[in-house]
Design a protein around this ligand. Structure first.
Ligand code: C5P
Length: 288
């Protein structure tokens, strides 16, 4: 059996530069993979079958089914597979779980079926599934531009522990689209914040939380929102810098020290919040 790990991600920066002619938004973002992973187990089979015991996960609503069909259509491959997904990444939380699973399906079936597609060939398919899928063909730390499909690997962020909190607010499909549609010119930035972090990583320089930025916080973490109440609560629990993961509602804080991270994680759990302790991840490998 072939097993592929599909990591979650957080956006260290997420700048939206403006709206494009095709309806998407031009983004400049630094994405970091984290070691909270779904596991995908691949076995040869007749048709294409997906299974997961995760409550609320439905294959037909996930990008994984489309990823498998797309790979078959483009290569003409008629082989089958049975794929079991162990979900650990919370659904619809801004951590990119479904996009990561879709990228893992591309990588896994490429290997299982012996298709020999290169990363560049898989990268051509990724944007047809979703804007975030391309990043997960790299993992590690990467600059992401365009609508998300242009990925440039960066030197890895110095190792950090990551405390993830999933606030108990409604999480509905289509939330990313709705969030983008709430953006106006006041939320658009020029990409320079991201450039600063790129330069710092390239220079092997230090990393400070002041370099983190996510324009969606200006929409979701407004003074009266439930999410900002959560953020304030996590800060009271001991976190210094709490940020939105992608389009949320996941929130994260980065820590250098393992003991501090474990203590924060324990305190947040004791407050009855859904919480994960993980750390920053390295790049993924593609077997061609
Ligand atoms: O690419 P994906 O299907 O994940 O995007 C979901 C929706 O989010 C898109 O239909 C679009 O409305 C919005 N989006 C955007 N600009 C991006 C990425 C997504 O406007 N760069």
């Amino acid at each position: 059996m072939l097993t592929i790990l599909a990591p979650a991600k957080i956006n260290l920066t997420l700048e939206v530069l403006g709206k494009r002619q095709d309806g998407y938004h031009e983004v400049r973002s630094i994405i970091q993979a984290v070691n909270l992973c779904d596991s995908l187990h691949f076995q040869s089979g007749r048709g294409i079958e997906f299974a997961s015991s995760s409550p609320g996960w439905v294959a037909e609503e996930s990008l994984v089914s489309r990823a498998a069909s797309l790979l078959r259509e483009t290569t003409g491959c008629t082989k089958g597979a049975s794929i079991e997904i162990e979900k650990r990444i919370p659904l619809l939380s801004g951590l990119g779980g479904d996009s990561s699973d879709a990228a893992a399906v591309l990588r896994g079936l490429n290997e299982l079926w012996g298709l020999g597609l290169s990363r560049d060939e898989l990268l051509e398919l990724a944007p047809r599934l979703g804007s975030d899928v391309a990043f997960f063909l790299y993992g590690g730390t990467a600059l992401v531009e365009g609508r998300g499909e242009r990925v440039t690997p960066l030197p890895l962020l110095p190792h950090r522990w990551v405390v993830l909190v999933i606030p108990s607010v409604p999480r509905t499909p289509g939330k990313t689209k709705r969030l983008y549609s709430r953006l106006n010119a006041s939320h658009f930035t020029d990409g320079r914040t991201t450039e600063r972090l790129v330069e710092s990583l390239k220079a092997g320089g230090g990393f400070t939380p002041s370099l983190l930025f996510n324009t969606f916080e200006n929409v979701t973490l407004t003074r009266s929102s439930r999410l900002s109440v959560y953020r304030a609560h996590i800060v009271k629990t001991g976190a210094t810098s709490v940020h939105l993961a992608g389009s949320g509602p996941g929130l994260f804080t980065l820590l250098k020290d393992k003991n501090e991270a474990e203590e924060l994680y324990t305190r947040v759990l004791q407050q009855g919040m859904e919480c994960y302790l993980t750390d920053t991840a390295t790049a993924v490998e593609i077997v061609e």
